[in-house]
Design a protein around this ligand. Structure first.
Ligand SMILES: [Zn+2]
Length: 196
């Protein structure tokens, strides 16, 4: 799946229970972090056609970051860094696995390559996740998933005053929230007005 989908799915996991801003960031990032292994694309492109070609993207994308060992490292970090420890660690672990699942169902490359997930690395490469029905990275299914997630994220921003923008800037988040509330009314006023 694409980074926006991973981010929105991570954000959904982060809002499954009430967490504070830092813990929401941890759970959301856990849903994106497997793709850190994709940064090898930069040296690979830079060295393409030279005498010292590096195949770090070809060799390591969906390998280094997409396995149970790394998931446990991420959950461990979440347990150390999070405030709501068991909940944040568990949701970070779940968020990470939603990323893997998303890649299995919808990340077929333009060349048709399935990018199987070697779940038990580095201990074994026996168990590789893949699915015959896997759709392409740019297939309609990914849009069909992105649009409701985006609509829900906007609703949550309007209702609860938080969005994934808070990961980078609370000011950007607040600007979005007030724009939505100017347009659609302030849900806090609505709640207060109910029953009168
Ligand atoms: Zn991935």
């Amino acid at each position: 799946m694409n980074p926006i989908e991973h981010l929105l799915i991570g954000w959904a996991a982060a809002n499954a229970v009430t967490l504070d801003r830092r813990d929401r960031a941890i759970v959301t990032l856990a849903g994106v972090v497997p793709d850190l292994d994709g940064f090898g694309i930069i040296p690979e492109l830079v060295t393409r056609g030279t005498n010292h070609e590096l195949f770090w993207w070809t060799d390591y994308h969906h390998v280094l970051g997409h396995n149970l060992t790394f998931a446990l490292v991420v959950a461990g970090l979440a347990a150390v860094l999070g405030h709501a420890r068991p909940a944040t660690a568990f949701l970070a672990f779940a968020s990470f696995h939603l990323h893997l699942l998303g890649d299995v169902v919808g990340a077929r490359g333009p060349d048709g390559y399935q990018w199987p997930i070697p779940y038990l690395l580095p201990f074994s490469d026996r168990w590789q996740w893949s699915w015959n029905g896997q759709w392409a990275l740019n297939a309609w299914q990914n849009f069909a998933i992105t649009i409701p997630l985006l609509a829900w994220a906007l609703w949550l921003a309007w209702k609860r005053g938080r969005s994934p923008l808070e990961l980078v800037s609370t000011r950007a988040n607040d600007a979005l929230v007030s724009t939505l509330r100017d347009r659609f009314g302030n849900p806090e006023n609505h709640d207060a007005g109910e029953g009168t």
